[in-house]
Write a protein that binds this ligand. Structure first.
Ligand code: F6P
Length: 410
């Protein structure tokens, strides 16, 4: 039993979530809230990310508000508001944020976010001295967490972010479900998966039977395109159906414009300069149909992997990381982010496998070369091993009926 109730009596900790939601944010909020209460903090929630610290502020009291940590999304709501001057909004919001932190007497801020939200938190910590603790989240799994994956005597600098485990599970389910319709129509299904700059999430479609994957880290240049079609044809002929997973942010050679292209759903940029992707699966499917004469369809998984309840892996992961956050709070060790220090299965998601990294080390982490084979357009055994920690063994059912062919009697 921890006898720490009085340590931070009279102090206030506020939690904020920014950027795209994940199924694990409410679980993160609840786990952080409970640890902060143990230390005696009053706990506030800042609604709608950094936006909730602008104007009069949008602050709620979470002290006596238990969260349903299984229900997905973020009950604190989210935004892509950037505190710092941007192309879209050249005015700095930092003075307003500082003013509100003072007005609401917020002593410590915990920011649940990806590279954008935690990058901004880091700058506020460094420039303004705000006591900040970062907390990772992103279904894209591309926030540098320095989680070591031990594989074949190698130490791979991998990533593990809350939200990814549930999203990976859902992408693998979706690919698996698509198999039956795909098998029935002997088609090629091109399944589009979120991931602006990194293909971690796209790789989870393998666990549902995708056999080819295109990711942002390995552009499909003019030279590579021919080879890609050959590999698709060969794979399709083996089984007469095929699932190809593509990241929304894959770079694809445009034959008409004679340039590398990315397919956007909208030209509008958010406050961190990102345009919204969407539609590359349609382009890939129609080029396959035209080139190979095989029926191909596209399917965008879109927000589905971001939706619904948080799975057990994410629940345990957010709990272990919150234990480390408690340790950081106790030591007043700010400007840090709790992370898992190695890839483990659900049983190993405990505080002894966590560490804290300096928020200065936060940034985007693309896939390592060891995880992807650009010749085969597919993920490697090393990636399968990485994902097995989270998803267990791939489950790949198929029709499997062995009908005996009959011929008309003579
Ligand atoms: O949070 C990252 C992400 O999941 C990206 O993969 C995707 O491009 C983006 O969110 C889309 O989010 P929204 O449409 O909510 O801005």
């Amino acid at each position: 039993m921890l006898h720490t109730e009085k340590i931070y009596k009279g102090k206030t900790l506020a939690i904020l979530s920014g950027g795209g939601d994940t199924p694990a944010i409410n679980s993160s909020i609840e786990n952080i809230r409970k640890r902060a209460l143990l230390l005696g903090f009053k706990v506030y929630g800042v609604r709608t990310g950094w936006k909730g610290l602008l104007g009069d502020g949008d602050i709620v009291d979470l002290t006596n508000q238990p969260y349903n940590g299984t229900y997905g999304g973020t009950a604190l709501l989210s935004s892509r508001t950037n505190p710092f001057p941007t192309e879209k909004n050249p005015e700095s919001r930092v003075p307003q944020i500082m003013k509100n932190l003072k007005r609401y007497k917020i002593d410590v801020l915990v920011t649940i976010g990806g590279d954008d939200t935690n990058g901004a938190a880091k700058r506020l910590y460094e420039q303004e001295g705000i006591p900040v603790i970062g907390f990772p989240k992103t279904i894209d799994n591309d926030l540098r967490t320095h989680t070591t994956h031990f594989y074949n005597k190698q130490e791979i600098d991998a990533v593990l972010c809350p939200g990814f485990p549930t999203a990976a599970m859902l992408v693998s389910h979706m690919a698996r479900h698509l198999r039956t319709t795909n098998e029935s129509h002997q088609r090629i299904m091109v399944l589009e998966v979120m991931g602006r700059d990194a293909g971690w999430l796209t790789g989870s479609a393998l666990f549902g039977g995708a056999e080819i994957a295109l990711v942002p880290e390995y552009p499909i240049t003019q030279d590579k395109k021919e080879h890609f079609f050959e590999v698709v044809k060969k794979k399709y002929q083996e089984k007469e159906n095929l699932i190809i997973a593509v990241s929304e942010g894959v770079r694809w050679w445009d034959d008409e414009k004679k340039e590398m292209s990315m397919v956007y759903a909208s030209a509008e940029k958010d406050e961190y300069g990102h345009k919204r992707f969407g539609g590359v699966s349609g382009v890939v499917a129609s080029e396959i149909s035209n080139k190979l004469g095989i029926s191909a369809r596209s399917q965008i998984s879109g927000y589905y992997p971001r939706s619904g309840n948080c799975n057990i892996y994410d629940a345990k992961l957010t709990s272990a990381l919150a234990d480390k956050a408690l340790d950081l709070l106790l030591r007043e060790d700010y400007g840090k982010m709790p992370v898992m220090n190695k890839m483990v299965s659900a049983d190993g998601l405990e505080e002894y496998n966590t560490t804290a990294i300096d928020m200065g080390a936060v940034g985007n982490q693309p896939l390592q070369d060891i995880y992807y084979n650009p010749n085969e357009f597919n993920f490697t055994d090393a990636y399968v091993d990485f994902l097995k920690n989270i998803l267990g063994e791939p489950y790949l059912p198929s029709f499997g009926y062995k009908y005996k062919k009959v011929f008309p009697e003579k």
